[in-house]
Write a protein that binds this ligand. Sequence first.
Ligand SMILES: [Zn+2]
Length: 224
Amino acid sequence: MTEQLLDKNKAIVVFSGGQDSTTCLFWAKKHFDEVELVTFKYGQRHAQEIEVAQAIADEQQLKHHVLDMSLLSQLTPNALTDPNMAIEANDDDIPNTFVPARNLLFLSFAGALAYQLNAKNIITGVCETDFSGYPDCRDSFVKSMNVTLNLSMDKNFVIHTPLMWLDKKETWALSDDLGVLDYIRERTLTCYNGIIGDGCGTCPACKLRARGLNNYLVEKGANN
Ligand SMILES: [Zn+2]
């Protein structure tokens, strides 16, 4: 039996419609000929997260796969899926937005989809720098997952993490390099209160995003 080689020019992006994964979408478009998106539906607090992702996919004319992962919300209560729970972030602990095994499951399903599509490349916007409280967003986990995917399907997938070592300021800089800073600023949804673009301004996700953007714009202004 001759093994069918994965298409090295084809990529799928794990896509939520937020700043990070949208930056990854444009990074992928720059590096690969054929890009498709996969969004996981798991009982997010805000249904418009899926709508925002779909709208961006349509605007960019990319094929968009939405996979139902609602079983995640059955496993444990957490602030991302339970609308009655307040979002809390603190410095020492894992934030209560943590969904155990979320990224493990997402990357497994992304791998299964990549197998179906014969795509060699899987791109995820996880990063260690800002939300390092999530253990399955760390580089060591992603590398281990890459090995596991390859062993499980006898393929040579490559998981790319273009944001792994970037802080939010550097992620904005990357989107500016890619020529899409304004698009990402206006069209993506990061806010825990479901407000698109610059968001509510007060939740932890908005604060992090705004601080990074301000730092980047100040630095850019100083260099001009
Ligand atoms: Zn917000």
